[in-house]
Design a protein around this ligand. Sequence first.
Ligand SMILES: [Zn+2]
Length: 246
Amino acid sequence: MHRLLCFTAHPDDEAGSFGGTLLHYSEQGIETHVICLTPGQAATHRGGAKSDAELSGMRRQEFTAACKLLRVTSGIVLNYPDGRLDRQVLMTVVEDLTRRVRELRPQVVMTMGAEGAITAHPDHTMVSIFATMAFHWASRTNRFQEQLQSGLQPHRAQKLYYGTTLFTMPDRQPVALSPSSAKIELGQRGVDAKVAAFKCHTSQSPLFPFFEETVRRRGAQELFHLAASLTPTKAQFETDLFTGVE
Ligand SMILES: [Zn+2]
């Protein structure tokens, strides 16, 4: 059974950055899992919520609806604080994510780039760093040994990808994006599903015009950068994230 694991920072990242690819692989019979680190409680757009806790609850429900639309096998929102991932204890978060890699045992992991994706959000940078460390350390017998003593096995995921694009946002902080080395064709139906998934995030409705603009600029495709591979290899342009996966 092939499994794809996606690490994100905020509810709505799964739709905006990875939605078409998640649906594409689910429809091919591949298990898809999304782990979102924060419930998005620091969002500018509050959807009428009177407290961070209320907004967290709303956004968790919106995330669940978006995952259902994208046919995600399992989607969970962790409880790290939105806007403060750069102030967490590095090893605490990496241990948590490493445990989840060892539990889910994906062949392919995807996350955001360390530049912070086109919005340059610091939480996007941090999820990239945490997930990259978890990808590499999940396979090692000398990392987080207490997990191994409690019955988990090391797990060697085979490929790590960062989401990327061929454009930046001139009105945002500068980003240096990873070059694209893989392209997933979504087709119009995939694009429509991605837009519909984003619109499950009704608390963020003021962002819908921005989102539709970026979707239009991406076209009917999502781009990725192969950041790590089990087998030492020269980069070759791919149209399937599972190419070469055993
Ligand atoms: Zn985000």
